[in-house]
Design a protein around this ligand. Structure first.
Ligand code: ASP
Ligand code: MG
Length: 436
C-alpha cells in the first residue's frame, strides 16, 4: 500500500482533478491525501478575516464568490447530470455551513472550523469523480482519524488505531481518499497541522500504517540541486538521505515542509517526490540511504541576523556559552548557526522580534556586533568529516565571496556559510558551477 498526496495546484481545477484521477485510477488500496484546491485555503482565511472585522456583508460576498467558483468546477468536472447533482448537494451543504458559521463571533476555533472546509470540498469532488469513473473509492474522514495532543503534536497511537479501523470498515474499497491538513485537537475541536500540513498528514499515515512508500505529488520534478529562481540549469536530485532532505527543507527548498518528513524518517518509510505534469519523471526518492562521496544540493535561507559577542572573559572560562544561550532561551529565539573562538562566539537567528532586548542583555557579557540582511548558504551531501576534499571544494567555489561564518561538523550532511544578501545569487551560481 502507498500513500499518495496531491497538493493544491494538483487539484486546482476540474482539468487538474481529472488528471489526478487518471494517475490514481488503478491504485489498488492506496490512500490518497488531498489538499484544498489552490487558493481555497486563502479564500477561507479571508472570509474568517472579514468575520473577525465584523464585516458580515464582505464575508457573505466572499462566500458567494467562492461558491460560484465551485459551481463552475462541478459543471466542468462531471460528465453526467447525476454526478453533478450529487456533487452540488454535498458542496451546497458545505457552503450552507459556512454561511451559518459567518454569523458566529470570531474566535481562533471558528477560523479553524472555516479553514477545514477547503479539504472537505476537494476530497468530495475527487471521490465523486472517481465513482463516476466506476472506481469504488471511499472517503476516510480525517476529522475522525487525525488528532493532535495538548502540545499540538500528532497523537500517533490514536491515529494509527482510527486509521486502521476506518480502513477495515471499508475493506472492499478500491482506494481511499482523505483530507490532508485537518484534524481535531485534544478537546475534540476542529484544528489543523498548520499551513502546508497536508504533507504532514501523508507522512503520518504512511509511517503509521507501514506504507511501502509515501508519494508527494507537486508540479515540479522533485527537489533540485539549487534554487531555480536564481540559478539556470538546475537539475532534480534523484536520491536523498532523510537528513539531507531535512537540511534542504529547513534551509529554503520550498518543496517540502521541514517537519513533515519526520514520521516517515522515524518509521523508515521512503518518501518520493513526483510531478503531476510529468508523471513518468523519476523525481526524488528520500530514504535512509546515503550516496557516498557526493555533494547533492545547495539551498539558501534569507533574512538572517548574525550576532557576535566578544569577551576577554571567555578565555579559559566555563559557563560563558551557557549564559549566552540562556538569554536566547529567555526570549524564545532559536539559534540556527554557531561558531566559536577563544575570545568570542558568533551565532545567527532568523527572528528579530526580541533582538533589542537580547542585545542589551548580551552586552553585559561582552562587546556585541550585529550584522543584518545576511543569508545562510547550505551545501548538502556526504560531508562526513573523514571524507577528503568535499568541504574544500565548497570553500574553493566561494573563493571570491566574503564569508562571515562557516559551520561544519554539526552533522554529517552539511556545511553552511553565512554571507551578505548582495552576494547570494553569485554564491549560489558559483557553487553550482564548481560542485555539479
Ligand atoms: N490547504 C492547506 C494550505 O493551503 C494545507 C496544504 O495545502 O498542505 O496550507
Ligand atoms: Mg502544500
Amino acid at each position: 500500500m502507498k500513500v499518495k498526496k496531491f497538493g493544491g495546484t494538483s487539484v486546482g481545477s476540474a482539468e487538474r482533478i481529472r488528471n489526478v484521477g487518471k494517475l490514481i485510477a488503478d491504485c489498488k488500496k492506496d490512500i490518497v491525501v488531498l489538499s484544498a484546491m489552490s487558493g481555497t485555503t486563502n479564500s477561507l482565511l479571508e472570509i474568517s478575516g472579514a468575520i473577525e472585522e465584523c464585516d458580515r456583508k464582505r464575508a457573505a460576498d466572499l462566500i458567494d464568490s467562492l461558491h460560484d467558483k465551485y459551481k463552475a468546477t462541478i459543471e466542468d468536472l462531471y460528465a453526467t447530470e447525476d454526478s453533478k447533482a450529487k456533487a452540488s448537494e454535498i458542496l451546497d451543504s458545505i457552503f450552507d455551513e459556512l454561511r451559518m458559521l459567518k454569523e458566529k463571533h470570531f474566535s481562533v476555533a471558528l477560523e479553524k472550523e472555516i479553514v477545514a472546509k477547503g479539504e472537505m470540498m476537494s476530497t468530495n469532488l475527487m471521490n465523486l469523480h472517481l465513482q463516476e469513473l466506476g472506481i469504488n473509492s471511499v472517503l476516510l474522514p480525517a476529522l475522525d482519524i487525525v488528532r493532535i495532543d495538548v502540545h499540538g503534536e500528532p497523537d500517533e497511537a490514536y491515529i494509527s488505531n482510527e486509521a486502521k479501523k476506518a480502513i477495515k470498515e471499508a475493506s472492499d474499497a478500491d482506494l481511499y481518499i482523505t483530507q490532508g491538513f485537518i484534524c481535531r485537537n485534544e478537546r475534540g475541536e476542529i484544528d489543523n497541522l498548520q499551513r502546508g500540513g497536508s504533507d504532514y498528514t501523508a507522512s503520518l499515515l504512511g509511517a503509521l500504517l507501514g506504507a511501502e512508500e509515501i508519494e508527494i505529488w507537486t508540479d515540479i520534478d522533485g527537489m533540485h540541486n539549487n534554487d531555480p529562481r536564481f540559478v539556470e540549469g538546475t537539475t532534480p536530485v534523484h536520491n536523498l538521505h532523510f537528513e539531507e532532505a531535512a537540511e534542504l527543507a529547513y534551509f529554503g527548498a520550498k518543496i517540502l515542509h521541514p517537519t513533515c518528513i519526520l514520521p516517515a524518517r522515524e518509521h523508515n518509510v521512503p518518501v518520493r517526490l513526483l510531478n503531476t505534469m510529468d508523471p513518468s519523471a523519476e523525481g526524488t526518492l528520500i530514504e535512509n540511504k546515503l550516496e557516498k562521496n557526493a555533494i547533492k544540493a545547495v539551498a539558501a535561507k534569507d533574512n538572517i541576523t548574525a550576532i557576535k559577542i566578544k569577551s576577554g572573559r571567555m578565555l579559559l572560562a566555563y559557563g560563558f556559552l551557557k549564559k549566552v544561550f540562556e538569554i536566547f532561551e529567555k526570549y524564545e529565539t532559536s539559534i540556527d548557526m554557531i561558531t566559536t573562538s577563544e575570545v568570542g562566539v558568533s551565532l545567527t537567528i532568523d527572528n528579530e522580534k526580541n533582538l533589542a532586548r537580547i542585545e542589551s542583555e548580551l552586552s553585559q557579557l561582552g562587546t556585541v556586533t550585529i550584522d543584518r540582511d545576511m543569508v545562510i548558504i547550505c551545501v548538502v551531501g556526504d560531508l562526513e568529516w573523514t571524507n577528503k576534499g568535499f568541504e574544500a571544494a565548497a570553500l574553493e567555489a566561494l573563493r571570491n565571496v566574503p564569508v562571515r561564518m562557516i559551520s561544519y561538523g554539526g552533522s554529517n550532511y552539511n556545511i553552511s556559510f553565512l554571507i551578505k544578501k548582495e552576494d547570494k545569487t553569485k554564491a549560489l551560481r558559483l557553487l553550482s558551477y564548481h560542485l555539479f
